[in-house]
Design a binder for this molecule. Structure first.
Ligand SMILES: Cc1cc2nc3c(=O)[nH]c(=O)nc-3n(C[C@H](O)[C@H](O)[C@H](O)COP(=O)(O)OP(=O)(O)OC[C@H]3O[C@@H](n4cnc5c(N)ncnc54)[C@H](O)[C@@H]3O)c2cc1C
Length: 433
């Protein structure tokens, strides 16, 4: 069984911020309490403080970045959700346009936050969305038009045949969409740099402080292991680690797992061969392979099981065989570390935001469905707007009612497998296979 307890990852091994926050040992009062120290919690808290909220308290059960935010591929990509068409029925044509308008803001929010607070997150431009066949090529050409409309100033180009080699040293693909406005970063350092900014604005952060119970009302009381917080508003942002603490939210997500490896440092020549643009890449299949080069000239490669949900026994070997499909010439390269973690999925693979039924001061964000690094930066901005009185984007996003996942607790793995198989089949109609 894969341990999700304090894994050693590429990120924990190369973290640059030595931040430590106390655990909560008393009862305190605040305006807004945020549960969860990942991108959703930290980004929303930062947006709130930047907007003039005087006091925000953030509670993290373990340490900042313990969840998906400290374990992922670090890809800075375009979009929110896996397929905007899936939300057309909920939001209508105008709503879809509103979501489309903000869908590409994540990369620019990340870059302006890095510049504003001097965050040391190894941001690197250069991204390739990779395709294997003509059908995927057609989809990439449609994306080319959309991305150019959203980010007119960027070098965005559809590539076919030999031209693909200008961005990646692999014969695995037949086409690609190069997007030089997207790229990659050290996500844990990005998170910690943002948390440092949050603390500098007066946000109060507590680590090793698991929330055990919440009572709702005009004043919300959050009981933790050794203390309590009383607040006017709460944000639930626990991602895949929520467990059953808030049943309404738990019943609207199901967890799937993703796995990562990182190679030993490679020679500059080899990195140049792997990617002349030192970029990040992902194919566009329903369940993707995604990878990038790091600042230390390593390859960081990730994926998930394609249909049946299971945890591979040997994570290094499992991921390595996928990496060798793309780069067969890395067969003698040593894999230094492998790790994994759960990611919470929603039925429509679109992030869920809103307030709990009957409690207009109890907000939530979850359900990124494995695509949360960049989207969480946009969605958190929208959630902060919602918490501060609302906005058009908040109204549109919260109008997408999260579907309840039916079935008994011990069926969850099976539900996830069925979801993956259906996602694979739909891939034939939406151009992803
Ligand atoms: C292995 C892996 C690879 C991934 N790769 C990518 C990728 O390449 N690109 C991409 O876009 N996305 C990727 N993701 C998904 C992405 O990382 C997440 O969607 C994103 O980080 C979600 O952030 P979050 O803040 O919502 O949740 P998290 O980062 O999971 O944070 C939730 C936090 O809540 C805390 N918490 C839970 N319960 C409590 C409680 N009771 N009290 C206090 N705190 C609590 C947890 O300890 C955790 O730190 C990946 C995820 C994993 C696991």
């Amino acid at each position: 069984m894969l341990s999700v307890e304090t894994p050693t990852t590429y990120y924990t091994a190369t973290r640059k911020y030595d931040l430590k926050f106390p655990d909560l040992e008393q009862t305190i009062d605040t305006e807004i309490v945020v549960i969860g120290g990942g991108f959703s919690g930290v980004n929303t808290a930062l947006e709130l403080m930047e907007s003039g909220v005087k006091d925000v308290v953030l509670l993290e059960a373990r340490y900042l970045g313990f969840g998906g935010s400290g374990r992922n591929g670090g890809h800075v990509m375009a979009g929110i959700g896996h397929d905007l068409e899936k939300i057309r029925n909920s939001v209508g044509e105008q709503g879809l346009r509103a979501v489309f308008e903000i869908s590409d803001l994540g990369a620019s929010i990340i870059q302006s936050r890095i510049a504003r607070y001097g965050i040391d997150a190894d941001f690197q431009h250069g991204y390739g969305y990779m395709g294997f066949n003509k059908r995927q090529g057609k989809l990439l050409q449609a994306w080319e038009k959309e991305f150019r409309q959203l980010s007119p100033g960027h070098d965005i180009e559809y590539l076919e045949g030999n031209a693909v080699r200008s961005i990646i040293g692999s014969d695995y693909y037949s086409c690609a969409l190069k997007h030089m406005g997207n790229g990659h970063m050290h996500s844990l350092n990005m998170l910690l740099g943002s948390a440092k900014a949050l603390a500098s604005l007066g946000g109060r952060i507590f680590e090793n402080t698991p929330v055990l119970e919440v009572s709702y009302g005009d004043t919300i009381t959050v009981r933790t292991a050794k203390g309590a917080v009383r607040a006017k508003k709460i944000l639930w942002s626990c991602g895949a680690f929520l467990d059953r603490l808030e049943p309404y939210l738990h019943k609207r997500i199901v967890n799937t797992y993703a796995y990562q490896l990182v190679t030993e440092p490679l020679s500059v020549d080899l990195i140049e061969q792997i990617s002349p643009i030192r970029g990040a890449f992902s194919d566009i299949r329903p369940v993707i392979d995604y990878y990038r080069v790091t600042r230390e000239n390593r390859v960081l490669f990730g994926s998930a099981t394609k249909a049946i949900e299971y945890i591979p026994r040997d994570l290094k070997a499992w991921n390595r065989s996928l990496m060798l499909n793309v780069f067969p010439y890395l067969r003698d390269v040593k894999v230094d570390l492998a790790w994994g973690g759960p990611m919470e999925c929603s039925a429509n693979l679109f992030p869920q935001v809103g307030t709990l039924p009957g409690w207009p001061n109890a907000f939530y964000v979850q359900g990124y469905s494995g695509f949360g690094v960049t989207p969480s930066h946009v969605v958190s901005q929208v959630v902060a707007q919602g918490m501060l009185g609302g906005s058009h984007h908040w109204d549109v996003m919260r109008s997408i009612k999260p579907t309840r996942i039916v079935g008994k607790e011990h069926w969850r793995n099976l539900i996830c497998t069925l979801g993956k198989i259906s996602h694979q089949l739909v891939g034939y109609t939406n151009g992803r296979r």
